[in-house]
Design a protein around this ligand. Structure first.
Ligand code: SF4
Length: 281
């Protein structure tokens, strides 16, 4: 990966951002290694990032989210007596895969999950998310990918003899606003509804813990998606597609939020390049 600093950010910040990203994008020298965060994401993102890593370019300003995420590490540093923290669990899975001609073969995949904290107090697996208050407002029961990520990690831990009894997410809400909370809670109470905008800057919720059978089933299904990938770009869901309403013209347009602002593969992505040519993005 090559990095640029077009906005002239200070050196220390640049170094911290780059270090964090490289840790996140670590591809250990194991056969078919895939991290849990990659496994629940788009195959195009995984394969193309891995293949083009040395030639991709990112501007550090666009990677600020990674720096924000580092704050959780300093929180956890101070809480080391609580349990197992910031540890990676890796396991090799054998996948029986049938190709499009019906030929069956067995493939090994190494799946690695990095946990934030396994709390010895109640054997809960805990994860810290630097996120928006709106994420909790719109997903009061937790985001689908959080549930998937923590359940896979719980399965990997179970294989090492650590029985996870529950899952917990702690949101550190970068844009939480007290006035907004008061406004939202008043509106909710008028409508006799529960206010889902968080009451405090930190929000903790429990996530559903699947059975071990369901966890393994989910992992194998995701591995199958990756094993059978044949080069397609991301699906609309993986592009974070939605219809965007334009008030001035009273029309809607296609909005690919990830492509437009949160993807490091735009320079090699055929979908993005074609959209660029048509100047739709
Ligand atoms: S630009 Fe969009 S479609 Fe292309 S890799 Fe990025 S998210 Fe996927």
């Amino acid at each position: 990966m090559k990095y640029t600093n077009k906005k002239n950010l200070p050196d220390a910040l640049v170094q911290a951002i780059i270090k964090t990203t490289e840790e996140y994008e670590d591809f250990p020298e194991l056969q078919n290694y895939i991290s849990v965060t990659r496994l629940i994401d788009a195959p195009f993102q995984y394969f193309e990032t891995k293949k083009n890593w040395d030639n991709l370019t990112k501007d550090v300003y666009d990677m600020m989210w990674a720096f924000e995420g580092t704050s959780k590490h300093s929180v956890l540093e101070k809480a080391s007596s609580l349990g197992i923290k910031e540890t990676r669990f890796i396991h090799r899975f054998s996948l029986d895969h049938r190709d499009h001609e019906g030929m069956s073969s067995c493939y090994d995949w190494h799946v690695g999950g990095q946990i934030d904290l396994f709390n010895f107090k109640d054997d809960y697996l805990e994860d810290y998310k630097n996120t928006s208050a709106w994420t909790f407002h719109f997903n009061p029961e937790g985001k689908k990918e959080w549930i998937e990520q923590l359940n896979i990690n719980a399965y990997l831990m179970g294989l090492k003899g650590l029985k996870v009894k529950g899952l917990r997410i702690h949101g550190i809400l970068r844009d939480w606003d007290k006035k907004m909370y008061l406004q939202m809670s008043q509106a909710a109470s008028k409508a006799e509804k529960q206010c889902t905008y968080p009451e405090l800057r930190v929000k903790t919720i429990e996530l559903p813990l699947w059975s071990e059978e369901d966890q393994l089933d989910f992992i194998m299904k995701r591995l199958e998606v990756f094993q059978s990938w044949n080069g397609e770009v991301c699906t609309d869901k993986e592009k974070w597609y939605s219809q965007k309403y334009i008030k001035t013209t009273n029309t809607t347009i296609d909005n690919y939020a990830r492509c437009e602002g949160y993807c490091s593969l735009t320079e090699i992505c055929p979908f993005y390049q074609q959209k660029l040519e048509n100047t739709i993005l």
